[in-house]
Design a protein around this ligand. Sequence first.
Ligand SMILES: [Cu+2]
Length: 143
Amino acid sequence: MNQNGIKSARASTPRRKAASRRTAALLLASATLAGGLLHGAAALAHAIIVRTSPPQGGTAPGNIGKVDVWYDAAIRDSLAALAVVTAEGARVDKRDAAIDSADGAHVSVSVNPLTPGKYTVRYRALSADGHMVSGAWEFEVTP
Ligand SMILES: [Cu+2]
């Protein structure tokens, strides 16, 4: 009996491990699904860009003074970034990117006077749901 019990315990150990792995996998799947549902329900917003200035692919005068981006929802203060670079990769913004104190979905950065040419704006923000949003858009300064 005692020996049976030991045999049984030995035999069941791999099964328990397998069951434990299955449970862990199930919990992970549930958590992922719940996260997806919460995301879909927008309990916490995942920010997307709704407007930029200058507009993507648009033109701008050299004296615009600043570049702006508007998200569809307020973003978190940390890690918000906006940088403007020339086609050669030189930074022309004043490294003062900041969230508008009156509009948590609006970020702007000051730029030096821009010579004619193509520019790329790189943006990064932390959504309210904790996801990073980043990308770039281009505009051209015309003579
Ligand atoms: Cu998200």
